[in-house]
Design a protein around this ligand. Structure first.
Ligand code: ATP
Length: 235
């Protein structure tokens, strides 16, 4: 078994020995080859590596958007992998928040209506008040704007709001700062760090050196495998 070597106390997400193969005609792509990762409550882990190294595939498997061909993903002790899609969809709604580089907002709904929809889909009646959340993220005044009318930084913050409104246990962010200027990147990372200090476990796939320095730990991938020499442990 190849592991990342990353281990932590009070784990929220435990991924063990993940494998993912894709087939394109006669070609077999080994997108993940024995990746393990444990993420604790309040911890921020970055996943780094060159293009095609498996970062997005890993995040998709961690969040139940994709199912690994081998290995197991557990969140709060509940198995996410090798479950029927209906169960994975429920777990995704209840315990996972997902933040994409491209917006996770529906374009024809205002920001606040996007949040209300996400809450309704999860059957949330308690938890975070959407208006309060937008105020907290500094975009309360943009609640009724359509996503296309937001600036890049506002759209990124609205994306965070959508990802955390159901109070997930784990936030998975795939290149969340890829399209942001450095000021907006710093503000977004500060928001994510704030959520982490409140107990959220955060996994961010990124090429950005700023993100890699900001993370508590970094898992480096190459060709779907962890690179031990580069992987930065918690200090
Ligand atoms: N649906 C798919 N079908 C076939 N191959 C795929 C599929 N998804 C990913 N791959 C392949 O799996 C490998 C890992 O891809 P992945 O998108 O996870 O890499 P990445 O590190 O996120 O890359 P990038 O930084 O460019 O986003 C690549 O070789 C990619 O071409």
């Amino acid at each position: 078994m190849i592991t990342s070597g990353l281990r932590a106390a009070d784990p929220v997400m435990i991924a063990e020995n993940l494998y993912r193969f894709y087939h394109a005609g006669d070609e077999e792509v080994l997108a993940l080859q024995g990746v393990s990762l444990t993420v604790s409550k309040g911890e921020v882990v970055a996943v780094a590596g060159p293009s095609g190294s498996g970062k997005s595939t890993l995040l998709a498997c961690l969040g139940g958007l994709d199912d690994p061909d081998g290995g197991t993903v557990r969140i709060d002790g509940t198995r996410m992998s090798r479950q029927p899609e209906a169960i994975r969809a429920r777990l995704r709604r209840e315990v996972v928040g997902i933040l994409y580089q491209s917006s996770n907002l529906l374009p024809h709904l205002s920001v606040i209506d996007n949040l209300e929809l996400v809450r309704r889909l999860a059957g949330s009646t308690t938890g975070i008040d959407p208006t309060q959340l937008l105020d907290e993220l500094g975009i309360g005044h943009r609640a009724h704007a359509l996503p296309a009318h937001l600036s890049g930084g506002e759209a990124a913050r609205a994306g965070v709001a959508v990802a955390v409104v159901n109070e997930p246990r784990v936030l998975l962010a795939d290149e969340p700062t890829g399209e942001l200027d450095s000021g907006s990147e710093k503000r977004l990372l500060a928001l994510l760090r704030q959520r982490a200090t409140e107990g959220l476990a955060v996994v961010v796939a990124s090429h950005s050196p700023v993100v890699l320095r900001w993370a508590d730990r970094v898992l480096h991938l190459a060709d779907g495998r962890p690179v031990h020499g580069l992987t930065r442990e918690a200090s």
